[in-house]
Design a protein around this ligand. Structure first.
Ligand SMILES: Cc1ncc(C[n+]2csc(CCOP(=O)(O)OP(=O)(O)O)c2C)c(N)n1
Length: 383
């Protein structure tokens, strides 16, 4: 009988075999894609790769638990979010290889991409700022009375940025339904947690913000999935932010070129035993939910899907730069209609009042416009 110490901790709660199997397939896919990408990198067919090997259960468990129309804001290690949302692999591979069929049409060749179609907001390279964007998405949902939660991913390193504090603080004060998923893998590139923060864990920070904090074993797919399921259901009923701290470990370099020399070998050995896919597979085999034939079949199916996606992406032509297309991609179409000053609409006023009036008019014209800041609303604005 296959048994690791870790496999004892899987608890299926009331999940059906079907859900257990769906989670297995969803977990395996990003791992197999990554393994292929690492080969392509060595062959010079791919320029760069950020690995999420060892952390897949967090992306997959979270994305599987949320509804499709709920926005997710992933980071550079969350391939599983993209695969769970069902993005065709050829489009992902076009993205990674900088082809026109990718989401950024060759402007980027990794994870700095989003897609409205799949309700994913692309990561902001500066890391922290996307947490504020998650607040905005959640505020929009709250104002429109959509019972949706938003999930935003961040690393322990990025938590040292000011945006981390600002966005959690606002979410707390405004009861914004955001799950702040913190992937605590102990390092921000080479900087260990001991040089990032003094507190023991991130759920302790939740206390300071006056919100709930929940810590899970980020390598345990069932724990992540069940927890996000429960939290999201409760937040849809009673909107509020929650910090979800996922304990995990990055099994490869920050990106493939930067290596792992700064990480003690014992950590790889310890976390290697907690591999999210191997342990879950063992658990399912032991429980008799799947057998080895099934594993082989699923692997073969995913392999075929990967090869098909790659052949489409590789067959695509190279990028041809085009200024008009670049501009159209950046700016929403807008037909500006200048309002000329006439004797009827013109009046003398202080600059300050003109700005104030402009904001008022803006709010009349755009019912979904939000002006945010201190001394707004009841006080009427300090100026
Ligand atoms: C402001 C800023 N500084 C540095 C970087 C380069 N960088 C990208 S990801 C990263 C590590 C972030 O660590 P963490 O938030 O813990 O996430 P992890 O990579 O461990 O998943 C760094 C240093 C960046 N993108 N932006």
């Amino acid at each position: 009988m296959l048994m690791t110490e870790h496999s004892l901790h899987f608890r299926r709660e009331n999940l059906s075999d079907e859900v257990l199997i769906d989670l297995y397939k969803a977990l395996l896919k990003p791992r197999m894609i990554e393994e292929k990408m690492l080969v392509l990198l060595r062959q010079g067919k791919l320029a760069k790769w950020f690995s999420g090997i060892g952390q897949e259960a967090i992306s997959v468990g979270t994305a599987m638990a949320l509804h499709r129309e709920e926005y997710i804001l992933p980071m550079h290690r969350n391939l599983g979010v993209f695969t769970v949302r069902g993005i065709p692999l050829n489009r992902l591979f076009s993205q990674f290889t900088g082809k026109p069929g990718g989401f950024t049409k060759g402007r980027d060749r990794s994870f700095h991409m989003g897609t409205q179609e799949f309700h994913i907001v692309g990561m902001i390279s500066h890391l922290g700022p996307q947490m504020g964007v998650a607040d905005g998405v959640a505020l929009g949902n709250l104002l429109k009375k959509n019972p949706h939660v938003t999930a935003v991913f961040t690393g322990d390193g990025a938590s040292s940025e000011g945006d981390f504090h600002e966005s959690i603080n606002v979410a707390a004060v405004w009861d914004l339904p955001v799950i702040f998923v913190i992937e605590n893998n102990g390092y921000g590139l080479s900087t260990p947690s001991s040089e990032q923060f003094r507190c023991k864990q991130f759920i302790d920070k939740a206390i300071g913000y006056g919100i709930e904090g929940v810590q899970v074993d980020g390598n345990n797919i069932l724990e992540v999935y069940n927890t996000v399921n429960e939290l999201a259901a409760s937040m849809r009923e009673r909107p509020r932010p929650i910090i979800l701290e996922c304990m995990t470990f990055r099994m490869r370099g920050h990106e493939e070129a930067s290596g792992t020399k700064y990480v003690p070998q014992e950590l790889f050995e310890m976390w290697g035993k907690k591999d999210p896919i191997k342990t879950y597979e063992e658990y399912l085999l032991n429980e008799g939910v799947i057998d080895t034939d099934f594993v082989d079949r699923i692997r073969a199916g995913i392999k075929e899907e990967i090869e098909k996606g790659l052949s489409i992406a590789f067959a695509e032509k190279e990028i041809e730069p085009d200024d008009a297309r670049e501009l159209n991609d950046r700016f929403a179409p807008y037909d500006a209609k200048p309002i000329l000053a006439t004797s009827e609409n013109k009046s003398e006023k202080r600059f300050l009042d003109a700005i104030s009036d402009g904001m008022k008019q803006g709010m009349e014209r755009h019912p979904n416009l939000v002006i945010m800041g201190q001394d707004i609303a009841e006080y009427g604005g300090a100026f």
